[in-house]
Design a protein around this ligand. Structure first.
Ligand code: NAD
Length: 970
């Protein structure tokens, strides 16, 4: 057995041999003799320049006109002081009005194309032939990857499959024509996410079924080519492995199929063992492409944003160490696994050769893989030593190639990059060959320092979470039909009059029967609230905040039950329902922590002899009136803000979600909140709503709902009635007619997906939903075509079924209203798409209209359903004019890569919440405080630092402390 010491010695000898064989060769991307090499030199020196340059390269291929290229060139670089002199001079000359935009744009395009050609073998297989042939002449084998746009629709997924089938056909014919058939034994790399536009681990079985069917046809056509599944983002990892096993399990005699594993993932060893066991059990030999992983930044950023554990090692050493450990496992199992060591790192390569050698694995029983255009000197050195080397060669057009190109540029130029260290920074052999240092494997959990942090949403890529949700759905179904009382003080009241709460996906199912209050109970509730107020207002604010924190704990305990209830009562999909519960937990904790900040009185001024105290006290007794569309989070926010500030409330939930409302009351009861602080009073909005709002015992109203009801409440609350002792404060959050602008520089992959989610998430029944799309002329047709394809591809059905992206609308009145707007859309404009759906629930298909008359209600009124208008704008000013023409001003969005248009939107897009290059729904407490202006809202932002102040009156107390000429503390 080889000892570690011997292995290390061997690794060094092999490394030195390869190092010497590489000599002074430099990979083309770092070659200072070429302009690209010099450019990379600048990039590595200046992080700011790197960001601008890579962003410019990213947007360039989608710019359709020469003028736009010049405009963007200026926007990205004109004001940059520290540009390299040659680059600055170049930009000045290119933007010079005497050079025609045509020539200037051509120069830029050619420059970036030549950069892309360093990493992309060609536009298509024919275009790539010469390049590929020269690699084969060197002795390398090939893996071909067809670069593609992100697949947003079924049509695009079919197109992706067809491109691969055509490639295989081409290779097959070429092989038949050739005398040297070896030249045509390629490996084909592909991405599972491109085979099914709705791929989502939440819909585990459906995703496997749909992705496998396209994939199977490619496997069947593969002939002598082998197929390898690339690994993608971590969220999809387990699903990709499952798809791989499913397809292979069913296929007989496929050529050595393979799958990539990423050593930067903490899970990777477990996954490798799983694959080995599978291969042995099923007697199928598979290839494993061991890579380090190309999405490190993405995984760190996205998982941190979601509050999920970061799945990648945080230190490069850990990944390198893991890579070596996995290499060893691969060789130990070389009888059932074909090891593919995919790295450009001299140390990792040398270690792999040494390990194979010491285990007696012949050098032709495994292969190295490298990316086209990278680490060519190492590739040649390996080939010279008779090792098998395969070059991963992407083929494709410029736009779809951009994400790939940027990943390669980042990889080459990052500080951690081995390539940069070895070829650009010229680090010594001793440093390059050093074994990765042992690091502690457990990571230190990030310390939030006691600050508020958002409750993470459930990760439905985990089977345990999917299982919890299935169990909860079953449990809640068992509770259907239960009765829910009113609660006034410490009394539960079951009234004769009831509100029946139906499941909108199956209206014959009664989710629950809530007692319904009359005006008599409103009087009683107000009396109880005022009584409780006398004690509650004097409870120390930290103690009050403590009840909210306990409520958060209680909600966590029954989190999936609450979500399941929303699936039934509000027709929310699992993810939307879970999001609502997580948001409620956020409100409890955020307002709890905010009260601890605001509750402390402050001393003002610094004159001796006087003490000026500034503090807040509660407003009194309030009414909390909430909608059904966020049936837990919105009332949780309004109720918890009210009570933590020292008020007592009467909480009236929507008549369409009284059972969820009742659960909110229950959470506070479990948190041991004293009776009378909250009264729970469902009832008909018109009847008890008006009465409650006008009640002389009510000091404030916290309302969220429609514009019409909100304005009515403001009007009623403005009339002083006999017995009233305060001027009523109304905190009103109302509707929206939200627009998203898409300009010619937008990343359409992102824009289509972002708008789809914003417009159709929860069937368009979010107040923040997008109902107007304003697309600029240059991309209008392309966007409309892709968006239509994406809308057509989503599944509508009962939200119980996790494959459904859209569920029912809330009730039959909403259904009728939406249908009437669809008729208006047909009358006032042209329909791009009208979805059809049958079923006994309140289902309606999405509708997209174009060329609507400006005065059409479809363009001006809040529909609150999946009805979308697309409009065309000439330029950014025109787009903003259209966007700002609404009386509503709640949310708005922009998809753009133009710094100037982003700046303009920040200044001139008049909405409460503006989102740039992301969806416009899903605001997070404490991070995107939420609320509109115009006729969308009169309050300050929910989940923001000013919100609690609305529930309190400030007081100033000034005491003269000078007595008989003596002042304390002088
Ligand atoms: P809605 O206005 O019909 O009802 C809201 C609440 O008001 C319900 O509890 C209802 O019973 C009550 N109500 C009805 N008439 C009343 C009256 N005369 N006096 C007092 N209360 C009365 O709204 P909805 O259909 O439940 O919710 C959808 C609306 O809410 C949409 O317009 C949406 O945009 C808006 N909304 C806004 C926000 C926001 O933060 N801006 C958030 C969610 C929903």
């Amino acid at each position: 057995m080889t000892t570690d010491y011997e292995l290390e010695k061997k690794t060094r000898v092999i490394g030195e041999d390869l190092f010497n064989s590489m000599g002074k060769q430099v990979p083309s991307v770092f070659d200072r003799k070429s302009w690209t090499g010099r450019l990379m030199g600048w990039v590595m020196k200046d992080e700011g320049f790197k960001v601008r340059l890579f962003r410019f390269i990213d947007v360039l291929p989608s710019l359709k006109t020469d003028d736009l290229i010049i405009k963007l060139l200026n926007e990205y670089f004109a004001d940059e002081e520290n540009l390299p002199v040659i680059f600055k001079g170049g930009i000045r000359r290119l933007s010079n009005s005497r050079i025609l935009p045509f020539f200037a744009a051509k120069i830029i395009r050619t420059a970036v194309a030549s950069l892309a050609r360093q990493f992309i073998a060609g536009k298509d297989i024919r275009d790539s032939q010469r390049t590929l042939k020269s690699l084969q002449d060197e002795g390398a084998e090939l893996s071909l990857d067809l670069l593609g746009e992100i697949v947003v629709s079924d049509i695009e997924a079919r197109g992706y499959v067809e491109r691969y089938l055509r490639l295989l056909e081409f290779l097959f014919n070429a092989k038949n024509r050739s005398r040297n058939s070896h030249d045509f034994s390629y490996d084909i790399s592909l991405k599972v996410s491109s085979f099914y536009s709705q791929l989502d681990p939440l819909d585990w079985d459906g995703s496997i079924k749909h992705a496998s069917s396209g994939l199977r046809s490619v496997f069947e056509k593969a002939g002598s080519s082998s197929i390898t599944l690339d690994m993608e983002h971590y969220y999809f990892k387990d699903l990709i492995i499952a798809v791989f096993m499913k397809v292979l399990g069913e296929l007989e005699g496929a050529m050595r199929p393979g799958i990539a594993l990423q050593a930067y993932l903490r899970d990777s060893e477990k996954d490798l063992i799983k694959l080995i066991e599978w291969s042995r059990k099923n007697k199928k030999r598979i290839a494993v492409r061991l890579v380090k992983g190309a999405y490190w930044d993405y995984e760190v950023v996205v998982n941190r944003q979601k509050g999920w554990p970061v799945p990648v090692f945080l230190q490069k050493n850990e990944t390198d160490l893991n890579f070596e450990a996995l290499t060893k496992i691969l060789f130990e199992n070389a009888d059932c696994i074909y090891p593919e060591i995919a790295t450009h790192n001299l140390r990792s390569v040398s270690h792999a050769i040494a390990t194979a050698d010491s285990m007696g694995v012949p050098s032709r029983a495994f292969e190295f893989q490298m990316l086209f255009g990278m680490a060519e000197p190492l590739r040649r050195a390996l080939l010279k030593k008779n090792h098998k080397v395969r070059v991963y060669s992407p083929i494709g057009e410029f736009i779809p190639g951009m994400a790939y190109l940027i990943r390669r540029l980042l990889e080459n130029t990052s500080n951690e990059s081995f390539l940069r260290k070895s070829f650009a920074a010229k680090i010594s052999f001793e440093e390059l060959i050093k074994a990765p240092e042992e690091v502690r494997r457990d990571t230190i959990p990030e310390d939030s320092g006691g600050r508020f942090s958002n409750e993470p949403q459930l990760d439905f890529s985990r089977e345990s979470n999917r299982r919890k949700m299935i169990d909860a759905l079953q449990k809640i179904k068992g509770e259907f039909g239960k009765k829910y009382p009113l609660v006034i003080g410490n009394r539960q009241v079951y009234s004769d009059r009831e509100i029946l709460s139906f499941n909108p996906a199956a209206p014959d199912e009664t989710v629950g029967r809530a007692s319904s209050a009359s005006q008599k109970e409103v009087d009683e509730a107000v009396t109880e609230a005022r009584k409780a107020l006398e004690i509650w207002r004097n409870v120390p604010f930290k103690e009050r905040a403590g009840y909210l924190l306990r409520a958060a704990e209680e909600a966590r305990k029954i989190r999936c039950d609450l979500s399941a209830l929303e699936v039934y009562e509000a027709g929310k999909t699992w993810r939307d329902a879970d999001g609502d519960v997580a948001e409620a937990i956020d409100y409890f904790e955020y307002y709890g922590s905010e009260m601890s900040r605001i509750g402390q009185s402050v001393r003002l001024g610094h004159c001796p002899g006087e003490e000026n105290e500034y503090l807040y006290e509660p407003r009194g007794a309030g009414a909390v009136i909430s909608p059904w569309n966020f049936p837990f989070a919105i009332p949780a926010g309004m109720v918890s803000a009210s009570i933590v500030a020292g008020n007592c409330v009467i909480f009236k939930p929507s008549g369409l979600s009284p059972v969820t409302g009742s659960m909110l009351f229950e959470i506070f009861r479990k948190a041991a909140l004293p009776p009378g602080v909250i009264q729970f009073l469902p009832g008909p909005g018109g009847e008890i709503g008006d009465y409650l709002v006008s009640h002389p015992g009510i000091d404030f109203i916290a309302f969220t709902g429609s514009k019409d009801v909100g304005l009515r409440i403001i009007e009623h609350a403005g009339r002083t009635v006999p017995g009233q002792k305060t001027i009523k404060k109304v905190i009103a959050e109302m509707g929206g007619k939200n627009a998203v602008i898409i300009d010619e520089t937008a990343d359409l992959d992102e824009a289509v997906r972002g708008v789809l989610e914003s417009a159709l998430g929860y069937q368009g029944q979010k107040c923040s939903a997008c109902s107007r799309i304003i697309a600029m002329e240059g991309i209008f047709d392309e966007f409309a075509r892709r968006f239509k394809g994406a809308v057509e591809s989503v599944k509508i059905g009962p939200p119980l079924d996790p494959s459904c992206f859209m569920g029912p609308v809330i009730d039959s009145a909403a259904l009728q209203k939406i249908r009437s707007y669809i008729e208006m859309g047909k009358r006032d404009g042209r329909s791009l798409y009208i979805g059809k759906i049958e079923g006994k629930g309140f289902f309606v298909g999405p509708a997209i209209f174009m060329d609507l008359k400006p005065e059409s209600p479809v363009l001006t009124e809040e529909i609150f359903g999946p009805v979308i208008a697309i409009m065309k704008a000439r330029d950014m000013d025109h787009a903003l004019e259209i966007a700002n023409s609404s009386v509503y001003a709640l949310t708005g969005g922009l998809f753009s890569r133009s710094p100037e248009n982003i700046r303009k939107a920040k200044c001139e897009f008049r909405v409460g919440n503006l989102y740039i290059n992301r969806k416009i729904t899903g605001a997070l407490v404490g991070r995107q405080p939420f609320g509109g202006s115009g006729l969308s809202g009169a309050g300050s932002k929910a989940g923001g630092p000013d919100y609690l102040l609305q529930f309190m009156n400030p007081r100033s107390i000034s005491e003269n402390t000078l007595r008989k000429g003596f002042a304390p503390g002088l």
